[in-house]
Design a protein around this ligand. Structure first.
Ligand code: IPM
Ligand code: MG
Length: 366
């Protein structure tokens, strides 16, 4: 089949890791007879330098006219002035809102051969295999009013946490649908002992659960969840939560796997129903642009390569091909190849490009 993919490499190590994901996609295309047509665009600091904005309407439109978007990373010290009118992150937020990407999937899996990469005790992270489903277009990030102003008593600022029934229902449904394809356990995370939006969230999660009798639903307060995540992380299967809670908890959860360089993400505009159904989405590694490592061919491309695998699965309906990519990654790790961030004694250290090539070479083999 033919697919159109919008490619937004962004800043820092973004272009290097994205190039590796494209190598792997090209290998998938050769082995499984698909054609991926890439259309490149600027986002983040790269777009600010050229256009003065972090995302142009043309680039947004190009994304809309594609089957999926593959993104590297945005940001860097060059654009970090707190008084700056435009920030690289604005590009990301504009993509999320402009493309209606309300469901952010962040899987965290601790692979046996990397169990020592974490700062936690190996026995705590052993067997961790969870997926965060983070609401991505609502809550404090976008709620109005959102402003800072001057009063006679000094400066004030406000952000607004607002959620509609519709917004909660569709994200909770994503949680249930993903849970159905896994161990059938969903943890809905909220702050229902304090927040009105959380009380609505909890009611709706309970209502939607009637449609999914096979999935066990539990409610957990966000502070307790933060604790459980480092105490007994293997107990979780799928977690669903609102935007800001999800931002914080997913950074915490990423450390279970030791390196952010291993973790992919998907941001979807629809509810994934499994099988060959397709939802439009944007795919990116969860790590940032790592400006200090840019241009040195050291960054770990695996997070981006695994993001491309998620793209094959959720947006292109190619679940089999996605598994082939995931198997290739595991096989390379099993053979002892590592990038600097997951390096340990006796292993073979590779740069970004070599790691990408090695994974691409193994697509469809063994
Ligand atoms: C993330 C990031 C973004 C967020 C920033 C860069 C705006 O931290 O994707 O988690 O807060 O959502
Ligand atoms: Mg974050």
């Amino acid at each position: 089949m033919d697919f159109k993919i919008a490619v937004l490499p962004g800043d820092g190590v973004g272009p290097e890791v994205v190039a590796q994901a494209l190598k792997v996609l090209d290998a998938v295309g050769r082995v499984f007879n698909h054609r991926f047509e890439y259309r490149e665009g600027l986002v983040g600091g790269a777009a600010i330098d050229v256009h003065g904005v972090a995302l142009t309407d043309e680039t947004l439109q190009m994304c809309r006219n594609s089957d999926a978007v593959l993104l590297g990373a945005v940001g860097g010290p060059k654009w970090d002035d707190p008084l700056a009118k435009v920030r690289p992150e604005d590009g990301l937020l504009a993509l999320r809102k402009g493309l209606g990407l309300f469901a952010n999937l962040r899987p965290v899996k601790v692979l046996p051969m990397l169990i020592d990469a974490t700062t936690l005790k190996p026995e705590v992270v052993k067997g961790v295999d969870l997926v965060f489903v983070r609401e991505l277009t609502g809550g404090l990030y976008f709620g109005q009013p959102k402003k800072q102003w001057q009063t006679a008593e000094g400066r004030q600022a406000v952000d607004t946490m607002a959620y509609s029934e519709h917004e909660i229902e569709r994200i909770v449904r994503v949680g249930f649908e993903i849970a159905l394809t896994r161990r059938k356990k969903l943890t809905s995370v909220d702050k229902a002992n304090v927040l009105e939006t959380s009380r609505l969230w909890r009611q709706i999660a309970t209502e939607v659960s009637k449609d999914y009798p096979d999935v066990e639903l539990e409610h957990m307060l966000v502070d307790a969840c933060a604790m459980r995540l480092i105490q007994r992380p293997a107990q979780f299967d799928v977690l669903v939560t609102e935007n800001t809670f999800g931002d914080i908890l997913t950074d915490e959860a990423s450390m279970l796997a030791g390196s952010m360089g291993m973790l992919p993400s998907a941001s979807l505009a629809g509810v994934p129903k499994g099988g060959s159904s397709r939802a439009f989405g944007l795919y990116e590694p969860i790590h940032g642009s790592a400006p200090g490592r840019a241009g040195q061919d050291v960054a770990n491309p695996i997070a981006t390569i695994l993001s491309a695998a998620m793209m094959l699965r959720y947006s292109l309906g190619l679940g089999f091909e996605a598994e082939a990519v995931e198997r290739a990654v595991v096989s390379v790790l099993e053979d002892g190849y590592r990038t600097y961030d997951i390096m340990s004694e006796g292993k073979i250290k590779l740069g970004t490009g070599d790691m990408g090539s090695l994974i691409a070479d193994r697509i469809g083999k063994r």
